[in-house]
Design a protein around this ligand. Sequence first.
Ligand SMILES: Cc1cc2nc3c(=O)[nH]c(=O)nc-3n(C[C@H](O)[C@H](O)[C@H](O)COP(=O)(O)OP(=O)(O)OC[C@H]3O[C@@H](n4cnc5c(N)ncnc54)[C@H](O)[C@@H]3O)c2cc1C
Length: 406
Amino acid sequence: MAETTVEPLPDPPATTGFRGRVEEFLRSNCPPVGERIDAGHERVDAARAFQSALASAGLAGLTYPTRFGGAGLTRAHQEEFDEVSRGWSLPTFPLAISHGMCLPMLNQFGTDDQKARFMPANISGRAIWCQMFSEPGAGSDVASLATRAVRDGDEWVVNGQKVWTSGAHYCDYGIIVARTDPTLPKHQGLSMFIVDMHDPCIEVRPLRQISGDSGFNEVFFTDLRIPADWLLGELEQGWSLATAMLMFERVSIGAGGGSFAVDRSPALITLAQETGQAHDPRLRQRLADLWIREQIRRYIGSRIRAAVAADRVPGPEGSIAKLHGAILARTARDVSMSIAGTAAQAWDACDVAGARWATACLGASGASIAGGTDEVQRNIIGERVLGLPREPDPYKGAAWDTVPRS
Ligand SMILES: Cc1cc2nc3c(=O)[nH]c(=O)nc-3n(C[C@H](O)[C@H](O)[C@H](O)COP(=O)(O)OP(=O)(O)OC[C@H]3O[C@@H](n4cnc5c(N)ncnc54)[C@H](O)[C@@H]3O)c2cc1C
């Protein structure tokens, strides 16, 4: 078996007085776990207001440098913040991609000018960012994407279409991967750019999901002009940056600490007690199984955040985290459906609790697709952790514009 790149979990040093500051802030600024947070656009406003208060309290962007708008603290502070915040419903879900993926990319690959210009507003929630990789013909095989960026003087001109872009309808900036040289093999001709989502050359069309929400969008670019210095990283290094960003995404979805990973077991244990089912031995076992998986997520997350705080891009452990997170989401869905019964599937229009369970259950399958499907994660783990043979690719090394596309 090949050796994994997974590092041992170091003990974080203690932080003095920090926990009290976080507890005091959360007590005054958000409801405890279990209370409902309003959906829709109000949710975005609530996220912006919360994040702005967090920044004013010196608690936003904990591990990022102060000169770029962060708090300049340590991973131990982040761990402590995550630990304390588990008891509270932080209204930060609309910022999950902005902070979980775009911010670490800016920090790791941005020029000093880009960091000074973009990071402070990102950290304080004044500017929310989205991530635009997937296209109608390029999801799992995202390296085959067709959106083109052509250099014209001091600008790049972008044409093409993205799809499934979470939050594009309320975002201020985005990170896009586009093809800058179609004559190179598919992984080599890609570059990454920052784009202004308010530009009139970008059209955002929301998509309606099974849960009733419109969390993601189609995004169309027609002769969009991007300043040349909004290139992120080096020209034609888009694939290695995209891989890094996907790892941040997988960590964010799967490893906890972020807004994607809320522990469901406390609310489900309460629900089992309230509905008189807490004595059912089979249900108790399933709740225990869920709780154990949540603890495993915490340890995977802690190990990966240590790597990120040490400025390392997470390796295949991001895929392990993502796959575990998706399995966990389905486990929570199945347990909650067996407790809530029909209320987890259909509910009266004025039944807020029913709507909450139903939306969580219907949304659970998306965790197995977003950030790379379960099958894709298993392929990565098979190849990069277990050392199994790579998937065959008949077009390996061929110029992108000579490869047939559907
Ligand atoms: C909730 C949610 C949010 C999202 N947000 C964003 C976003 O913000 N930005 C963005 O760019 N994208 C986003 N996506 C898109 C997501 O990244 C893609 O949906 C995903 O990568 C899969 O691509 P696809 O939908 O084109 O499916 P396809 O790639 O067409 O896959 C179809 C099926 O084939 C399987 N498959 C494909 N290739 C292989 C293989 N080599 N081996 C085995 N099985 C394979 C897949 O597992 C899947 O079951 C989001 C998706 C969801 C569900």
